[in-house]
Design a protein. Structure first.
Length: 427
């Protein structure tokens, strides 16, 4: 494939060749002399633009890798291991060289700053003695305490409900949630912060609500704490958002009953019948709604699902069997599902995300949907090792066995060693 820079240069050379032909035919001495003087300058200028464009795109690539590197390093509690952690994200240095382009600094405020210096060779400017561009890229990340420095007893939260609205959590009859280690944190201080109806059972080591007003019409709710220092969003700003590909890997209504999906972008896809779908390991961008109809079996091991806007989702209908786990390393290590949060329009336009009825779901990883009002519908049977962030939550008839996610890379875990920190980019 020809790079963008080379395409630009080819077009420029075509123009230069046309000028040269005109020079050969021209009998006017003034034009010939002027063209002879200007042509090398124009060629050099075009080549310089190609080199500068290539350097810009290379710098963008390195910036993304360095961001991931310092996030991983800041999440590493052992400072002696931070350099090796960060270096694993950066380009491999040729054997036999003493060059160390990565510099990692542990700052006094607890943050970690990475600086990466890369020499980008030039293809054209070398003829005037400019052999390369020196690219200097920096990034800083910090690990922060999830609950603002306050310690809450009864186990760390692995479910975070962020909305400060009335009825931020609604627990209806038939909801059955059980956990030994996973707490629920509700940031709402509105009236009522949550409503629980009869016939529901929530057995978790803590149910921490920032507000003090709620409605409980019956049911069992273990370890409720009101006026509690519920944790803020533990992953705010922590996850890099990928650039969307120019084309869709999958779209429309594919024929067949068995599908193997490569990493890439899947756009407004509907799988009919009772399909068997395998997502190969890697990043799968879901653009628009992916509908998976009743009776489907879905396997997604080592996969990250990314939703670029609030209208994108996986909507699975009843009778689903869904097994999914996040990658354990790399830039998306630990992330099972997440959405774009850099857009103000996304953040101000919360939308529903529905987990429909299932035969069985086994999920492992971080599910980061802070702009979604999540609903668990008719007899969702889920066994999860997750850390989940949502805007609001409705639990209808569901059986949910949940424990905290503890695998994956240190860059995306709220501190597997301390159990109370998250990392974010600050520069």
């Amino acid at each position: 494939m020809i790079s963008r820079g080379r395409l630009i240069m080819l077009e420029f050379l075509k123009v230069s060749a046309a000028c040269g032909k005109r020079l050969a035919r021209d009998r006017n001495g003034n034009f010939a002399i002027a063209t002879a003087i200007m042509l090398p300058v124009l060629i050099l200028a075009g080549g310089g633009a190609v080199d500068a464009s290539s350097a810009y795109f290379e710098r963008s690539k390195i910036q993304g890798r360095l961001d991931a590197a310092v996030l991983a390093a800041a999440g590493q509690s052992d400072s002696t291991k931070r350099y090796a952690t960060a270096a694993g994200f950066m380009p491999v240095i040729s054997a036999g060289t003493d060059e160390k382009p990565l510099v990692l600094t542990n700052n006094s405020d607890g943050s970690v700053t990475g600086t990466y210096i890369y020499t980008m060779p030039n293809s054209f400017l070398g003829i005037v003695g400019i052999d390369n561009f020196k690219l200097v890229v920096t990034a800083t990340a910090m690990a922060t305490n999830k609950s603002g420095g306050e310690t809450v007893s009864g186990g760390a939260a692995c479910i975070h409900v962020l909305a400060n609205t009335s009825q931020a959590v609604l627990i209806n009859s038939g909801a059955n949630v059980k956990s030994e280690k996973c707490g629920v944190d509700v940031l709402s201080a509105s009236n009522p912060a949550f409503i629980m109806n009869a016939g529901a059972k929530i057995e978790t080591p803590r149910f921490c609500v920032k507000g003090t007003n709620y409605i409980k019409n019956g049911g069992t709710l273990s370890n409720l704490k009101t006026g509690c220092p519920a944790a803020n969003d533990p992953y705010a700003g922590a996850f890099a958002e990928p650039t969307l590909p120019s084309k869709c890997e999958t779209s429309g209504v594919p024929n067949g009953s068995t599908f193997t999906l490569k990493p890439g972008m899947h756009c407004d896809v509907t799988f009919n019948g009772s399909p068997k779908i395998t997502f190969l390991p890697g990043l799968h961008i879901i653009k628009g709604r992916m509908i998976i109809n009743s009776g489907a079996t879905v396997n997604a091991e080592g996969v990250t699902f990314y939703f670029p806007d609030v209208y994108s989702e996986i909507r699975a209908n009843g009778g689903l069997t869904f097994n999914a786990s996040a990658p354990t390393s790399g830039p998306y290590g630990g992330i099972l599902m997440y959405e774009a949060t850099s857009s103000a329009s996304n953040n101000s336009n919360k939308q529903q995300y529905i987990f429909n009825g299932s035969v069985g779901e086994t999920l492992s990883g971080i599910i980061y949907l802070p702009n979604r009002n999540v609903t668990y519908n008719s007899k969702t049977n889920q066994t999860s090792r997750i850390n989940m962030v949502v805007n609001t939550m409705i639990m209808n008839s569901s059986n949910w066995n949940i424990e905290p996610y503890e695998g994956g890379s240190s860059s995306t875990q709220p501190g597997s060693s301390s159990g109370s920190s998250a990392v974010r980019l600050i520069n």
